[in-house]
Design a protein around this ligand. Structure first.
Ligand code: ADP
Ligand code: MG
Length: 233
């Protein structure tokens, strides 16, 4: 099933009286359960593409359909609802709230989902912390964590609501090899067990070796789209 469908998409950024075309001729689909990376050099359009898929921005031309919604037709409230219910975001800088504990940081996105009771919320946070091996750190503050632990909290926060789609922009940029492999393995486990779809923007070889599909952007266009067969290490 197509989770995301993109047709003839272009993104222009205004630049004074001119415009800069950051993405062009983008036509591709993503299915449920993919573990895919958008790769390419810095400035090739990876973040722009991820932001449009995540309804944080919208395209200039063409069609982008995410989970059955046309991104361009959503108003701010509808886009925010789509994100809070179905999409988890992981950024290069962990964006944790410094005055809150690990538990509270992970609970945060659930507070937007009014239908959840506090008992249910607590259980979901505890499950997410356990998934990421963070149960012991639940009462720590972000300043007391290593970079690897902080990024695991950010992942727990992104997956706590069990979203259909997780978008991760350079998630390992600030991590060493061991922590990078640790978080990749956690994400792969979620992908396998919950069928969560992951799309990464990355140029990190440590991430690329885990991908099952690699879309290479060059100057805002798709240069290659390769599927990897076989078992992932
Ligand atoms: P990547 O994530 O691959 O490094 P980006 O998507 O961030 O690439 O950027 C693609 C191109 O678009 C770059 O040339 C960048 O300078 C430009 N760009 C990104 N965001 C903006 C913006 N808000 N306004 C103008 N240009 C932008
Ligand atoms: Mg980027």
């Amino acid at each position: 099933m197509n989770l995301i469908s993109i047709k003839n998409m272009q993104k222009d950024y205004p630049m004074g009286l001119n415009k800069f075309t950051a993405l062009k001729n983008i036509t591709t689909n993503f299915s449920t359960g993919e573990f895919t990376g958008i790769v390419g050099p810095s400035g090739s359009g990876k973040t722009t593409l991820l932001n449009i898929i995540g309804s944080l921005d919208e395209q200039t031309k063409g069609e982008v359909e995410v989970l059955g919604y046309q991104i361009k037709r959503l108003n701010n409230k509808q886009a925010s609802r789509l994100r809070s219910k179905h999409i988890g975001f992981i950024f290069q800088t962990y964006n944790l709230l410094p005055v809150y504990t690990v538990f509270e940081n992970v609970e945060f996105p659930l507070l937007l989902l009014k239908e959840l009771t506090s008992t249910k919320r607590k259980k979901m946070v505890e499950d997410a912390l356990e998934w990421l091996g963070l149960t012991e750190k639940r009462d720590s503050r972000p300043s007391q964590l290593s970079g690897g632990q902080a990024q695991r909290v950010a992942i727990a926060r992104a997956i706590v609501k069990k979203p259909q789609l997780v978008l991760a922009d350079e998630p390992t940029a600030n991590l060493d090899a061991e922590n990078s492999h640790h978080i990749l393995r956690s994400m792969l486990k979620l992908n396998k067990e919950l069928k969560t779809t992951f799309i990464f923007a990355t140029h990190d070889e440590k991430v690329i070796r885990y991908l099952r599909r690699k879309i290479t952007l060059f100057d805002g266009e798709i240069a290659h789209d390769e599927k990897k067969e076989g078992k992932i290490k």
